[in-house]
Design a protein around this ligand. Structure first.
Ligand code: FEO
Ligand code: CA
Ligand code: CA
Length: 650
C-alpha cells in the first residue's frame, strides 16, 4: 500500500504519516561522524562496481550496457495517463480482475451491487503479491498453474457509490459494507492456463480458493496458546479467523506460499490506553483511530473489549495452494510487526532462512534461521521448520558490516526486567525487543529477494521523508528521503556457497533512486541511466530466470511519473543500471511481479488504479481496464508475454 501524497485518504491511514511508531533514541554524534566516513565508502563501492563511472542521464539510445544484459526491448518513456504501457512487441492481458467469479457458482461481477457473499467467491480487491505455482505439482510447467495473489486492503471510496473520504463517511459504514470489505481482503488461489488466445482463468476449478477474514487459521509456534493471544472467542489462543493487509510474500521449497500481514493496526478501533496491552498497541500504531469501521459490528476489532485480538495479527502466514481444504497457519516464530516479504533460502547447511522486513519509517530488517534442516522427502511436514529457530534483527554499520542480532529471551536486554517473561513476549513485541538491541532504523523496508546466481540479498527501502539531517546513517544516507534506495547484502561463502545463516554479512549501497539530473537528490546508479531509466520508490522486486532484478514502484506519482516496472542486471556491465519496462494507469502502484519458470510470462498486479486525491467511485482518474461508464477501475493481475514467444525482456 502506498502513502500517496497525490491522494491522502482519511479512510486509509496505512502508515501513520506524521507519527512513526518507533520512539527509541536516534544516532549519537559518534554515529554521525562514522556515517560521514561510511557514506563515502558506500558510494565508492557503488561506483567502483560500475563499468561506466559517470552518474547521469543518458540519451535514451540503446547503450552497450543494455546489449550486455541481453535486453532487446525498447524502453518506454516516463508518462502519467489512463493507460497501462508496455514496450512494442509485447502483449498485456488484464485477465484477472477484482470481482471476477472464481469459485463454482459465484455470480459475475456487477459494477452496481456490493454483495459480501458474492465477493467471498470472487477475486478480491487491491492485488499485491503474486506467485505462480506449476500444475501438476512437482512439474516445471509454465503454461498451467495456480496463481496465488494477496488482496492487501479495500478502498471504500472507490468501491461504494456515494462514499466520500473522511471520518463522517467512515461512521456511515454499514454492517453490509464492512462484510464486503472483509470478503475483499485475504488471498485468492486461481487455476490459470495459457491458451492460444492468451492466459485465462479456469473459473470453476476445484483448486480455486478464497481466503478472507472468515477463514480459520491455526496459530503455531512459540506464541500459540499464550495468554496474550487468548480472547473471549478463543480460550485456546490458537484459533484465529482471517488474515489482513497481506502485502509482499514468498514461497517455500515444499510448495506452499508465505504471506506477510503488514498494516494490521488500522483495523482496530477502541481505546487501548487503559488495557494491559497499551504500550504494545502504541508501538504498533493502534490508537483508536481505525481506517475501517469493523469494530462497530464485531467486538474483536474493538481493543477496549478485546485487547489481545491485535496480537493474533502481524505474522507471516502459510497457505498450501495445492490443497483448498487445508487450514492455513500463522507462524509466530518469525515475529510480529508490520511484515513485508518472506523470502526463503535453503542454506548451504540445509537450514531454512527467511528474510522479512518491517515496513514503516525507522523500522528494521529481520531474518529467521531454522533449527532443523530441510528434507525434501518430508514434503509439507517441512513447515515445522518455521516454528523452531532463531529470529535475528539487522544492524548495518559504517564499516559495511551487517550484524544479525538474535532476539532470544533471556539474552542481553531481553529479560523479565525489561518486561519479557518468555520468548512469546519477545516475538509479540519484536519491535520493542529490536529497539533494545539498537538495530538499524531503515527507510521503510519493503521487499527482500535473494539472487540464486550470486547468493546476494537485495533489501528494498521505499522512502522515508521523515528522516531528519541528524538522523541519517551509513545505510540511510539521505535526509527527507523521498526516493528510496536498495541495499545489497553479501553473506560469507562457505565451500563456494552463500552462508545465509551467518551472523555477520557485508553490505553496500546498490542503487540510490531518484533523478540523477537533479544532483540535489543524491541519486546514484551503476552508470548512466536514460531519461526513462531512473525511478523512485522501489517496492516489490523479483529475479527472472536470467538473474536480472525487476523492480516495481509505489509512489513515483509524487514525482510526476506513473508507477511501474524497471529492470537491471546485478552483476557486470549492466549492474545497477535500470531500464523502464512497464508503466501503470494513473492512480495505481505496481505489485507482483512474478515469472513463470520459463521466464516467458510475467504477471504483475495493478493496485488501486484511478485512486488519486479527490477520486471516488463516480470520479476515478481512469476506468482501466474496462473503460466503461459506470464501471469503476478494477485492481487487476495482468499477464505479459512477448509476441515472438521469447523471454520477457530479452
Ligand atoms: Fe504494503 Fe509495504 O507495502
Ligand atoms: Ca506498496
Ligand atoms: Ca509493498
Amino acid at each position: 500500500m502506498t502513502d500517496r501524497h497525490y491522494r491522502m485518504p482519511v479512510t486509509i491511514n496505512n502508515e501513520d504519516d506524521n507519527h512513526p511508531s518507533n520512539p527509541s533514541a536516534g544516532p549519537t554524534m559518534t554515529d554521525l561522524i562514522a556515517q560521514r566516513v561510511s557514506r563515502r565508502t558506500a558510494l565508492k563501492g557503488l561506483l567502483a562496481s560500475a563499468a561506466l563511472g559517470a552518474i547521469g542521464v543518458g540519451t535514451g539510445a540503446l547503450r552497450p550496457a543494455q546489449a550486455a544484459m541481453g535486453l532487446s526491448f525498447t524502453e518506454i518513456p516516463h508518462a502519467f495517463d489512463e493507460n497501462l504501457h508496455i514496450p512494442a512487441g509485447y502483449t498485456a492481458n488484464p485477465f484477472l480482475r477484482w470481482g471476477e467469479p472464481i469459485i463454482a457458482g459465484a455470480p459475475d461481477f456487477d459494477a452496481a451491487t456490493r454483495d459480501a457473499a458474492a465477493q467471498a467467491q470472487q477475486f478480491g480487491y487491491n492485488c499485491d503479491f503474486v506467485h505462480f505455482v506449476p500444475l501438476p505439482e512437482g512439474s516445471n510447467a509454465s503454461d498451467h498453474g495456480l496463481l496465488v495473489v494477496n488482496h492487501e486492503y479495500t478502498d471504500a471510496h472507490m468501491i461504494f457509490a456515494g462514499f466520500a473520504d473522511g471520518k463522517a463517511a467512515l461512521a456511515a459504514t454499514t454492517a453490509e459494507m464492512a462484510a464486503y470489505e472483509q470478503a475483499g481482503h485475504g488471498l485468492s488461489v486461481v487455476e490459470v492456463k495459457k491458451e492460444a488466445t492468451g492466459w485465462t482463468l479456469v473459473k470453476d476449478s476445484k483448486l480455486n480458493r478464497r481466503i478472507t477474514l472468515a477463514t480459520e487459521f491455526e496459530l503455531v509456534g512459540p506464541v500459540a496458546g499464550h495468554d496474550r493471544v487468548k480472547t473471549s472467542a478463543d480460550a485456546s489462543g490458537t484459533k484465529v479467523f482471517g488474515t489482513m493487509n497481506n502485502c509482499a510474500g514468498g514461497w517455500t521449497p515444499w510448495g506452499t506460499i508465505l504471506s506477510a500481514e503488514e498494516n494490521t493496526h488500522q483495523y482496530f478501533g477502541g481505546d487501548p490506553s487503559s488495557t494491559a496491552e497499551a504500550a504494545n498497541a502504541k508501538r504498533m500504531g493502534i490508537k483508536g483511530e481505525p481506517s475501517y469501521a469493523w469494530g462497530k459490528f464485531d467486538d474483536r476489532f474493538d481493543v477496549s473489549k478485546e485487547p489481545n485480538e491485535p496480537n493474533r495479527f502481524g505474522w507471516i502466514i502459510e497457505v498450501d495452494p495445492y490443497d483448498p481444504a487445508s487450514k492455513p497457519v500463522k507462524h509466530t516464530a518469525l515475529g510480529r510487526f508490520k511484515h513485508e516479504a518472506a523470502t526463503t533460502v535453503i542454506n548451504s547447511d540445509g537450514r531454512l532462512v527467511v528474510y522479512t522486513g518491517d515496513d514503516e519509517r525507522f523500522e528494521y530488517i529481520y531474518k529467521f534461521v531454522s533449527t532443523g534442516t530441510f528434507d525434501a522427502a518430508k514434503g509439507r511436514a517441512n513447515s515445522a521448520l518455521l516454528d523452531d529457530g532463531t529470529l535475528f534483527v539487522a544492524k548495518l554499520d559504517a564499516e559495511g558490516k551487517v550484524t544479525w542480532m538474535p532476539l532470544v529471551h533471556g539474552e542481553g536486554e531481553l529479560t523479565e526486567a525489561n518486561g519479557f517473561k518468555s520468548q512469546a513476549d519477545v516475538l509479540i513485541e519484536a519491535r520493542r525487543a529490536s529497539d533494545l538491541l539498537k538495530a538499524t532504523k531503515m527507510d521503510r523496508p519493503e521487499d527482500i529477494e535473494t539472487s540464486d546466481k550470486t547468493g546476494k540479498v537485495y533489501v528494498v527501502l521505499t522512502k522515508n521523508d521523515k528522516r531528519k539531517a541528524d538522523q541519517v546513517d551509513a545505510a540511510n544516507t539521505r535526509a527527507e528521503n523521498k526516493w528510496g534506495h536498495i541495499v545489497e547484502m553479501v553473506p560469507p561463502m562457505v565451500d563456494g556457497k552463500a552462508d545465509h545463516a551467518a551472523t555477520s554479512f557485508t553490505w553496500s549501497a546498490f542503487i540510490q533512486a531518484g533523478n540523477p539530473a537533479d544532483t540535489a537528490q543524491g541519486a546514484a546508479y551503476g552508470g548512466a541511466v536514460t531519461d526513462a531509466g531512473w525511478f523512485a520508490n522501489p517496492d516489490n522486486v523479483a529475479f527472472d530466470a536470467n538473474g536480472r532484478l525487476w523492480i516495481s514502484t509505489d509512489g513515483f506519482p509524487d514525482h510526476g511519473v506513473h508507477d511501474g516496472l524497471w529492470v537491471t542486471e546485478t552483476e557486470g556491465e549492466g549492474r545497477a543500471i535500470t531500464r523502464h519496462f512497464l508503466g501503470c494507469p494513473r492512480g495505481a502502484e505496481l505489485c507482483g511481479p512474478a515469472f513463470t519458470p520459463d521466464g516467458k510470462t510475467l504477471f504483475v498486479a495493478v493496485q488501486h488504479p484511478g485512486d488519486e486525491d479527490g477520486s471516488n467511485f463516480a470520479n476515478p482518474t481512469t476506468r482501466w481496464p474496462d473503460f466503461k461508464d459506470g464501471v469503476p477501475p478494477r485492481p487487476t493481475v495482468v499477464a505479459i508475454t512477448k509476441d515472438d514467444g521469447g523471454d520477457i525482456g530479452a
